[in-house]
Design a protein around this ligand. Structure first.
Ligand SMILES: C[S@@+](CC[C@H](N)C(=O)[O-])C[C@H]1O[C@@H](n2cnc3c(N)ncnc32)[C@H](O)[C@@H]1O
Length: 238
């Protein structure tokens, strides 16, 4: 089977039906990822099957805990090479996405991906979450924030929750260590005015690793103090 056939079949098992256009966009993204990875550190995962499973299918898993048909705006914090943001944008083109990363060369790669794939309604922004969350056009502006492999849950919630509108969601993609992080995050949830509403524990078909999706609901406006200045959340987690 070629790349598109494999991805189509794998997505169908997850209940996702991909159009020829979407399959073409995934294939082009895969090619750009592998080509650019030769000169820039984007990902340690390069095998075709593994990219499909651990990057593409994994990125789409937030639909397990959020009704994506209710989402109009989404921000991906610490997106790196575009995970989970780019796969989500391909599958949900009607949602406006902002992808944020503190490494400019990765943001430049994402701008090239946007152009090549013809992704309308997607902006790649260079900056630290702690600084960008103070920008009036971004603060409390999103129905959903997603983030994978960026920081522990308390630190990450301080980065992410300020971007979410009241009653919106932050979904944190975690491995099995996520459970311990949840038990240490209660103070942080209280301070930020949010709560852990749902935890989904699952495995992907082609990967043994335990995965955890943590859905956090923002219950009220984030106090102005948060996020604290760049570097403070990770040095001194809430
Ligand atoms: C381990 S990578 C994960 C990338 C991607 N989310 C994934 O799952 O493949 C973490 C990324 O978060 C970015 N990052 C770390 N701290 C950040 C911050 N405070 N604000 C914005 N981006 C940050 C890094 O530059 C890096 O690209």
């Amino acid at each position: 089977m070629d790349f598109k056939e494999k991805l189509k079949a794998r997505a169908e098992k997850e209940g996702i039906s991909l159009t020829p256009k979407q399959l073409g966009q995934f294939e082009l993204f895969y090619k750009m990822l592998i080509e650019t990875n030769k000169s820039m550190n984007l990902t340690a995962i390069t095998d075709e099957d593994e990219v499909i499973e651990k990057h593409f299918i994994d990125s789409l898993s937030c639909r397990r805990v959020v009704d994506m048909s209710q989402i109009r705006t989404c921000i991906d914090v610490g997106t790196g090479a575009g995970f989970p943001g780019i796969p989500l944008k391909i599958v949900y083109p009607e949602i406006d996405f902002v992808l944020v990363d503190s490494l400019n060369k990765r943001v430049k790669f994402l701008k090239d991906v946007k152009e090549a794939l013809g992704l309308e309604g997607l902006e790649a922004l260079h900056g630290r979450a702690e600084d960008l969350a103070r920008d009036k056009s971004l603060r409390a502006a999103f129905d959903l924030c997603v983030s994978r492999a960026v920081a522990n849950l308390s630190v990450l919630s301080e980065y992410c929750v300020p971007f979410v509108r009241t009653n919106g969601y932050f979904v944190s993609y975690k491995g099995k260590k996520g459970l311990e992080e949840i038990s240490n995050a209660q103070n942080c949830m209280n301070v930020l005015g949010c709560k852990i509403e749902k935890v989904d524990d699952f495995r992907l078909e082609e990967d043994e690793a335990e995965r955890l999706l943590i859905r956090i609901k923002k219950c009220k406006g984030t106090p102005k103090l948060y996020p604290r200045k760049a570097g403070t959340p990770s040095k001194n987690p809430l």
